[in-house]
Write a protein that binds this ligand. Sequence first.
Ligand code: TRP
Length: 370
Amino acid sequence: MNTTDTHTTDTYAADAHTTDTLGTSTAQARSAVLEREIRRDPGRFRILTGDRPTGRLHLGHYFGTLHNRVRLQDLGVETFVVIADYQVLTDRDVADNLTEVVEDLVLDHLAIGVDPQRSTIFTHSAVPALNQLLLPFLSLVSVAELNRNPTVKDEIAHSRQSSVSGLMFTYPAHQAADILFCKAHLVPVGQDQLPHLELTRTIARRFNDRYGNGTPVFPEPDALLSAAPLLLGTDGGKMSKSRGNAIALAADADETARLLRGAKTDSERHITYDPGARPEVSSLLLLAALCQDRDPREIAEEIGAAGSAALKKHVTEAVNEHLAPIRARRTAYAGDRGYLRQVLREGNARANAVAEATLAQVRTAMNSHY
Ligand code: TRP
């Protein structure tokens, strides 16, 4: 959702160095175990995940993370979705049109099937008790620990701020509050968020050790890494709103057709699925495959000698067909801003109740219940 190309759905490009040192393969193995446990007993788990409100969601977000949220919700896992409207200020001085962007994010979630009766969508700026957790949490981490977070370093390198703000530096601890306020067990994220998850676990552990008196206040949450597919933008680069190469969920069928007609391919006529040698063609095949729940190789074989025009036509039809019900729902909800605000108000009320209960426990544990 970000436009700095460093977060969740841009994970695919996260460099090997960053992720290897943080044990991506360990997290992946653990995620597979967790997936089995979720299937066995979804009611045992609570999930928190979220995004920075930086713009409308696109197909990269959808197949990367959003799809998975709906899947987990539908399996029966209690789900919280934070719209991280303070975190958005980490890499920009002013967040423009925030109300509209936040409402659009709610809209995109409702359109893809997030059900506000079963999932809690909230903005963290509306939950004071969540934010208050930041202060004790910050006391549990060192400046050196904050300083060596590779994702933050990367974001600082890409920041559009004239100088690095204190918020940028401390936001992973704030993210720990996002996760721990509701005592989430699972956090579905991309690899780039693993350092934040590690810090969250550290904070939970240290809090329990220091203040728990034998009864842990916080669970140590796990990352739930999903096998995020590598979808490129129409120019062959990373799909990103700021590059103008993304297909938004909100785009209509004609715009989708236009964007895909202009998509970069290569000079080889015969269509084959070969992500290494033919990234653009393969990404288009993958997009069609994801929409149709098919194998991209099979689609490639079908198109074969018909070439890239036929491929683009196929992808356009697949995307438009898959998104038709989502877009219809989106249009229906878009006409009712009052309803969107109500969804947020109710989500915020629920999040506040949970956060206040947690803060009360924290006060008791810290002997600051006056
Ligand atoms: N840092 C995440 C991103 O940039 C957004 C986020 C904020 C988040 N709080 C969270 C993700 C808590 C998971 C859990 O995309």
